[in-house]
Structures are given as C-alpha cells and as structure tokens.
Design a protein around this ligand. Sequence first.
Ligand SMILES: C[S@@+](CC[C@H](N)C(=O)[O-])C[C@H]1O[C@@H](n2cnc3c(N)ncnc32)[C@H](O)[C@@H]1O
Length: 188
Amino acid sequence: MEKKEEFREFLRQENLRVNLISRRSFDRTFFYLWEISSEILRALEPFSSLVDVGSGGGFPGLAIKLMAPEKRIVLVEPRKKKADFLRRAVERFSLENVEVVEGDFFLFHKIYCHSSFDYLTAMGIKRKESFIREDCQYIKKGYCFVTGESEVKRLLSHGKVKKYNTEVRKISGRDKIFLVIIRKWEKS
Ligand SMILES: C[S@@+](CC[C@H](N)C(=O)[O-])C[C@H]1O[C@@H](n2cnc3c(N)ncnc32)[C@H](O)[C@@H]1O
C-alpha cells in the first residue's frame, strides 16, 4: 500500500480516540490536508530540514516526512494526546531523523535556539508572525504559513514580514486559503 493510504488508515483509527481532524468529513479533510502538505513540499524545495509548529494531526510536518523521508523534521505540539499520536506515527512508519517536541513554540525556541533549520511551517494557528524571531537566527531560508485571506493581508503588512521577499500562492481548488512563503533573503 502506498504511504498516503497507509497513513490515511492509521489516522482514521487514531482519530477515533484523539480528535485530530474532522471525523464527519474525514476523507475529504485528509485529502485536502495531504494535498496542501504536498504543495508546501514542492514550493519549498530544495531544503533539507524544517520545523512544523502546531502539527496536530500531522499536517503539514508529518505528511511531508512521509513524502520525503530524507528530510529532518521537528514536530512541535503542546497537547499531550496529539504529541502521543505523533510519536506513535513516528514509530508505526519507522521514521528516522524526526523529533516530536511536546510543548509550544516557546519551548521549541528555547531548546533549538542554537540549532539550524531551513524552514518553519505553521497551519491552523493564529498570530503566526510570533514564530518569526529575530533574536535567534535558526531559521535559515524562511517561513511557510497556510492561512486565510484576511490573515494574508495582516501578515504582509507586518513589520517583521515586510523586509523579506514574500510570495502568496493560491491553494488549488480553494478560493480563500493561501500559502504565504516568506523567503529570508532581504530586499535590496
Ligand atoms: C487547528 S490545529 C491545526 C493542526 C494542523 N497544523 C492542521 O492544520 O491540521 C492547531 C494546533 O496547533 C497547536 N498549537 C496552538 N498554539 C501553539 C503554539 N503556540 N505552539 C505550538 N503549537 C500550538 C494546537 O495544540 C493544535 O494542535
């Protein structure tokens, strides 16, 4: 069975005990989140590492790891049940070079401040600009946020974002969801 199908079945079972993604429209939500994760992977290549803040049911960080097992991925999730799920997934799919941080972004920030990642991703969390920290230069290439229309406007006008090169991409098949890619080479 291909990885996507194996993960769908695994997540379907896990979703019965932990509320990870919509139960009522499980398949539709799964395919949608898998497709977004795949778009992020394509949009950020080439890269070798990323941190995904608020991984929840595994999107996009764990899905990217399943699609591209050679990448180094850190999954940050403060809720114990969800972090346990992520750890079970890592074990079930025998994934290496992946870490689950059970805590919020600030715990990650404290632990990994002297580490180095190409990208930081976040989807489904508010105030994503707070993940752009100028006091630690551990994110080398940039950030990729999945977000709605009004959040795009707010992000693009934020002082932390304005000085970098930004790209806004529409998610295929969705009118109001966008990828905001902030590339860390400063505007000349
Ligand atoms: C709406 S869910 C989205 C999950 C997943 N990224 C997705 O889109 O399917 C938001 C997740 O972010 C986590 N979260 C909220 N605030 C956070 C923070 N400050 N740092 C890390 N994770 C956070 C929550 O526990 C939750 O699992």
